[in-house]
Design a protein. Structure first.
Length: 124
């Protein structure tokens, strides 16, 4: 798999675009940096060492990575895949201290929707 056909990369980018909406300027750029950091190109730092946009970008990438793994496992086992992914991410993902709890939930919901939507587009 290359960076061009990596579903996690595409999901994280779309989620960042949806979430940026003026509230987090630079989120798309921060998400690209977090994606590059995902495979160890720079030393890993816990998400709560970052400030708002960068922390949010790290959370988006972590959520996309985990959501894709959950989706791959559930692909044929669940009729309500989006909600199952949301529930799993809420349990597994960290709570970065610099983000409001509602922000974390919004990231989780957007990423879960994008995982399912990306696969629906492939199936069409």
């Amino acid at each position: 798999m290359t960076v061009y056909d990596d579903p996690v990369r595409q999901i994280a980018r779309v989620a960042a675009r949806r979430l940026e909406n003026g509230r987090w300027p630079g989120l798309k750029v921060a998400t690209e940096a977090a994606l590059d950091d995902r495979h160890g190109t720079t030393p890993h730092r816990p998400a709560d060492q970052y400030v708002d946009g960068v922390s949010l970008a790290a959370l988006i990438v972590a959520a996309a990575d985990l959501a894709w793994a959950v989706y791959a496992e559930l692909r044929t086992k669940s009729s309500n895949t989006t909600q199952v992914i949301i529930n799993h991410l809420r349990v597994e993902l960290p709570h970065p201290r610099v983000l409001e709890p509602g922000d974390r939930d919004q990231v989780i919901e957007v990423v879960a929707e994008e995982v399912v939507r990306s696969q629906d587009q492939v199936d069409d």
